[in-house]
Design a protein around this ligand. Structure first.
Ligand code: WTA
Length: 799
């Protein structure tokens, strides 16, 4: 057993220089070298979770570093609290980076080439292959050389156990998409099989209208496939949903049989009030079981649900209601989130009043009484329009006929931010989305029937659609639905829930990982987490230190992390690890899912081969792709298919390393990613300028330690209005009211003027540099109409 690492990550990452004096010894070392300085182990590590200390001998003042360590059969993983991570391995020198298998000549698409080389790897599973010291806050792409292997046991049981198997399946999916996806689709129930061709597409704007269709002519129903089909195959008494309320101890659960009954009652009610196939239903609910129930009930009768995240303000809700004109809005009276109560019905009332004033009145507001938050009697009520869920829905029969729909009939609308102030209604259809979410869920999480699955996302976002509701239920999984906040009553809540339900697959966002990481390891180590098998990450690039903390501490260095890159538009995972198939690199989403052909293009739209950085696009369609933007097909075409003709453009930057791994680098458009939530800078700007004292605003994203990106707003006030703290607060409040609390700017920077070109275009590049205080990197400011603006902005930076 030897121990090694490098203490200066940037310089020495390729050459581990910390090692034991006697690497032949089986026992724990007593002395180590750290960059040729000798260190003494004060207490050698002997068993699991025992504290480990070492002190530098060469320092006069013996500054001790406290370590927590995890002894594993394959090696040590030592977390040094002074911001360094050490990985132990069998022999630090044998596996230097140069000993990697040589690569074969590039044959097919670039990423495949690396997977081919991996196929020749000896089973290196079971240990972390390369060691490194990692300094928090490091840049993302600096970690390319780390490989973290799944264990041999894990790989052996995995659906895709080797690079070769992935390669075979991937090749099949690209060479014969129709055959590949038809085989999978056949495992679902179709009232009538799809016709020919299996799919048809045009992703090239130069050839005419953009069109994507999969399984057209096939008649199916996604609710039937989630519930009835699984019950028929013997899962009726299996738990479908575990619900954990905001307060520990407040919980519930539904079997597949019970879930179907609840869904049918609501479906019958909706039909009874006149909701028909193709009608929109807006759902504005927190994470109660009623939220997936409402989605499934809509799907059962062919209605199109549009879930609006319950953190959106009344104005945002009204905007969405006016756009899709629902027959009914489904909500609840209030919800507790942490120690706060949020009066959702009040927000809905305001939104409905707003919408009615603007010419669209909603006839029915079905309201669930969430009695743990607010009693019925205290809820404001509009007779004739408002109906209590518990009063009516429970009276309906527990069976309900299925509305068979075409694979290409719409399933749902989900609004997402773009680079203009108006949100886009992303439209997904039924058949392709069903097949795609189910398949991605199964493979990316290596799902097995005994798994208990928990995704912390809210159903108000796409992750909650595809990977709380549809993907898992289509696989007959048991899903944990959590209503509360991850730091309530304390920061150990997630691991408490993991232990309580024996969660084996835990899927969350980097922002949550980072925020829990700050609270200290004790909140994690207090709980067993033994049930965990796989971890997942989504929403933004996960920085390697967060990855390692998640991997080493939360997953006890035994759970692969599926870092899934995808979007509201893609419906399901696009680039994702298959956890048993190949080694991971912390911070990389790895390789494309079956059927997905990612390409990186330069600014001219030319595909770049090999190691490169550029714009991430996708060549040809996949079943889960969105089909249009509701009511605005032209915007669909211009936003996604015009910048780089022939491709779907994701709006993300991406680099590909020499091994073919993909590294997402963030949005390249005017969209900010705050805690994994997409927010358009234009939306925040239009909210700010609606304030009577704001003349102009420009919003940029800045790096934020926990949220990934923070919102930084430059505000020019109306002539003569003085700067004040009250005004700053009032501007922030305006954004909260117009969009929602999650979009509140982190910083308002007073701007006497904004840096504009002579043609009036705001130079955001300069604003980004000022916002991140990179003042020596402002670049050429001579093209500005008034270059002195920049000095004024710098002078006001910390005012
Ligand atoms: C970002 C969320 C890096 C990306 C599913 C994308 C990611 C946007 C990852 C979509 C990831 C999502 N690594 N970046 N694993 N996952 N993103 O529509 O910028 O809310 O374009 O969908 O999130 O956000 P959306």
């Amino acid at each position: 057993m030897a121990l090694c690492c490098s203490n200066d990550y940037n310089i020495l990452r390729r050459s581990p220089t910390l090692y034991t004096q006697d690497s032949a010894q089986e026992t724990a070392p007593t002395q180590i070298f750290l960059n040729s300085k000798l260190f003494n182990w004060v207490k050698p590590c002997t068993n699991k979770k025992k504290s480990l200390h070492f002190s530098p001998l060469t320092h006069r003042k013996s500054s001790r570093f406290q370590c927590s360590s995890y002894y594993r059969s394959s090696g040590y993983t030592i977390t040094l609290r002074k911001r360094l991570l050490f990985f132990a391995m069998d022999d630090p020198f044998e596996r230097s980076i140069s000993s990697r298998p040589s690569k074969k000549a590039l044959t097919t698409s670039n990423h495949l080439q690396h997977v081919e080389s991996l196929a020749t790897l000896p089973s290196g599973a079971g240990r972390i292959s390369k060691l490194n010291a990692v300094i928090l806050g490091e840049s993302l792409a600096s970690e390319e050389d780390d490989l973290v292997f799944p264990s041999g046991d894990f790989s052996r049981q995995a659906h895709v156990p080797s690079p070769q198997k992935y390669l075979d399946m991937y090749k099949m999916s690209i060479e014969d998409p129709a055959g590949f996806w038809s085989d999978i689709a056949s495992q679902f129930y179709w009232k009538q099989r799809w016709g020919q061709p299996v799919y048809s597409e045009n992703l090239d704007i130069r050839k005419g209208r953009i069109k994507i269709e999969w399984f057209k002519g096939g008649m199916t129903n996604i609710c039937y496939n989630c519930l009835d089909r699984n019950i028929e195959s013997g899962n009726g008494e299996k738990t479908a949903l575990f619900w954990e309320g905001n307060e520990p101890g407040d919980d519930g659960n539904l079997t597949y049989n019970q879930l179907l009954q609840r869904v049918c009652q609501l479906a019958n009610y909706l039909k009874d009030i006149g909701v028909k196939k193709g009608d929109a239903v807006v759902i504005y609910l927190p994470m109660l079981m009623e939220l997936p129930i409402a989605m499934l009930a809509c799907a059962r009768i062919g209605a199109v649900h549009s879930v609006v995240f319950a953190g959106f303000s009344a104005e945002s809700l009204a905007q969405r209601i006016m756009d899709c004109k629902p027959k009914v809005v489904i909500t609840c009276n209030a919800v507790r989130r942490g120690s706060k109560i949020i009066y959702l019905k009040d927000i809905v009332d305001a939104a409905l009043a707003d919408s009615a004033q603007n010419g669209f009145a909603v006839d029915v507001c079905l309201t669930y009484e969430n009695c743990s938050a607010l009693e019925k009697v205290k809820t404001k009520w509009q007779e004739g329009r408002d109906t209590w869920w518990q009063d009516v829905v429970t009276k309906y029969p527990t069976t309900c006929d299925v509305e068979w729909v075409d694979a290409e009939d719409p399933l749902f609308l989900l609004y997402t931010s773009g680079s203009t102030g108006k949100p886009k209604g992303v439209l997904h259809t039924t058949g392709g989305y069903m097949v795609y979410t189910a398949t991605t869920f199964k493979y990316a999480f290596d799902y097995k029937p005994s798994d208990i699955y928990w995704c912390t996302a809210d159903c108000g976002w796409i992750t909650g659609h595809s990977y709380v509701t549809y993907g898992p239920l289509l696989n007959a999984a048991t899903v944990v639905v959590f209503e509360g906040a991850p730091n309530y009553p304390d920061s150990g809540r997630c691991w408490d829930i993991v232990d309580k339900y024996k969660v084996s697959i835990f899927y969350t966002a980097p922002t949550l990982v980072r925020s829990l990481m700050r609270e200290g390891d004790e909140y994690v180590t207090r709980y067993s987490r033994k049930s965990l098998r796989i971890l997942g990450s989504v929403g933004e690039p996960i920085n390697p230190s967060a990855w390692r903390w998640f991997y080493n501490l939360v997953g006890d260095s035994r759970c692969p992390i599926s870092d899934t890159w995808w979007q509201t538009e893609t419906g399901g995972f696009m680039i994702t690890p298959l956890p048993g198939a190949w080694p991971q690199k912390p911070g990389s989403a790895t390789f494309p899912f079956f059927g997905v052909q990612p390409v990186i293009v330069d600014e001219k739209g030319v595909e770049i081969e090999g190691e490169c950085s550029g714009y991430l696009c996708v060549k040809s369609s996949w079943p889960g792709a969105f089909r249009t933007l509701y009511g605005d097909h032209e915007r669909y075409e211009t936003t996604y298919f015009s910048a780089f003709p022939g491709y779907y453009f994701s709006g993300d930057g991406c680099s590909r390393d020499k091994d073919g791994y993909h590294w997402l680098t963030g949005r390249v458009d005017d969209v900010i990613n705050v805690s994994g939530h997409r927010i358009g800078t234009a939306e925040v700007e239009s909210a700010l300028v609606s304030h009577p004292q704001c003349a102009e605003a420009a919003v940029v994203g800045v790096e934020h330690e926990v949220k990934g990106q923070g919102i930084y707003a430059f505000v020019t006030l109306v002539e003569g209005v003085p700067y004040s703290e009250d005004l700053r607060k009032s501007l922030v409040l305006t954004v909260r009211n117009q969009i929602g609390a999650f979009a509140a700017p982190d910083k308002i920077h007073w701007a006497p003027g904004l840096p504009k070109t002579r043609s009036g275009k705001i130079m955001r590049r300069i604003l980004r540099k000022i916002a991140s205080r990179q003042l020596d990197e402002l670049g050429d400011t001579s093209t500005l109409a008034d270059p002195s603006v920049v000095d004024q902005l710098i002078a006001l930076a910390d005012s």
